[in-house]
Design a protein around this ligand. Structure first.
Ligand SMILES: Nc1ncnc2c1ncn2[C@@H]1O[C@H](COP(=O)(O)OP(=O)(O)O)[C@@H](O)[C@H]1O
Ligand SMILES: [Mg+2]
Length: 257
């Protein structure tokens, strides 16, 4: 089980400060929901964690140590909103997942044929984990539905054995009918594999279903953070109250659980 800690993260795009001095702890093996209005800096903070944003200052700690990539593999993986953009359209989905596997799944001295077989078995294992028939590994993403692509994107992220997963609005591009299935899958895998997760969403019902803790952003600042029930039932910050008042009912969470 792993934890994620952000200390004093500041991100600037030119002179514009998109994220300012954010401290956040995602305790070992738990899920923190990151919510806030559009443009509040959620995606920028998620990108900063994986080094994809112009971070001016701050530290990212995984299990208490600086989260530097080890042998080219980052301990933090990011899954984006749009599964159409996150998979290479020219690569088979099997190859996309295989690319994410850490080196040396089997030893370098093993014959190429055996290495390939071991790699294929690993790819099949991860596709099965997300509910995709491994026989579909040969297909390119255009042969899959949006929900299936998002499952493959998840398989690819998990294949890298992340200690931390950042999920940025991963169901918002999907048809409502498959959103629940992808969220259930994510919750199950998070519990089984024990990674820490930063779950970025504007959907408070989904956050209530999935998250142990909720962090609220406004204008690049983290304005409130606490246990999910406390934050949603007794919000302390006006921004949080505002977000809650925009949801006519949080009934979806009851349906989903
Ligand atoms: N690449 C970029 N260049 C300049 N400004 C950006 C860039 N990405 C995001 N921003 C700005 O930073 C702010 C936060 O954006 P973002 O992190 O995407 O918010 P959210 O995910 O909460 O909707 C917004 O004002 C947005 O316009
Ligand atoms: Mg965003």
């Amino acid at each position: 089980m792993s934890s994620l800690e952000l200390r004093g993260i500041t991100v600037r795009y030119g002179r514009f400060t998109a994220v300012e001095n954010v401290d956040l702890l995602v305790p070992e093996g738990t899920v923190t929901g990151l919510v806030g209005g559009s443009g509040s800096g959620k995606s920028t903070l998620g990108k900063a964690v994986v080094g994809l944003a112009p971070t001016r200052s701050g530290r990212v700690l995984v299990d208490g140590a600086d989260a530097a990539p080890r042998r080219g593999h980052s301990p933090v993986q990011l899954v984006f909103q749009n599964p159409y953009a996150s998979l290479d359209p020219r690569m088979s989905v099997g190859a996309s997942v295989a690319e994410a596997l850490p080196d040396g799944v089997s030893g370098r001295r093993t014959p190429a044929r055996e290495r390939r077989a071991a790699r294929d078995a690993e790819v099949a294992r991860f596709l099965e984990l997300v509910g995709i028939d491994p026989a579909r590994a040969v297909l390119t993403p255009d042969a899959l539905s949006g929900g299936q692509r998002q499952r493959v994107a998840l398989a690819r992220a998990l294949a890298a054995r992340p200690a931390v997963l950042i999920a940025d609005e991963i169901t918002s591009a999907l048809d409502v009918s498959v959103q629940g299935a992808v969220l259930n899958l994510l919750r199950r895998l998070q519990r089984e594999l024990g990674f820490a997760m930063l779950f970025i969403s504007h959907n408070l019902a989904v956050v209530r279903y999935l998250c142990d803790q909720v962090a609220v952003m406004d204008g690049g600042h983290l304005v409130e953070c606490g246990p999910t029930d406390r934050v949603l039932e007794r919000p302390e910050h006006p921004t949080t109250r505002n977000l809650i008042s925009c949801v006519p009912t949080l009934a979806l969470a009851e349906e989903a659980s």
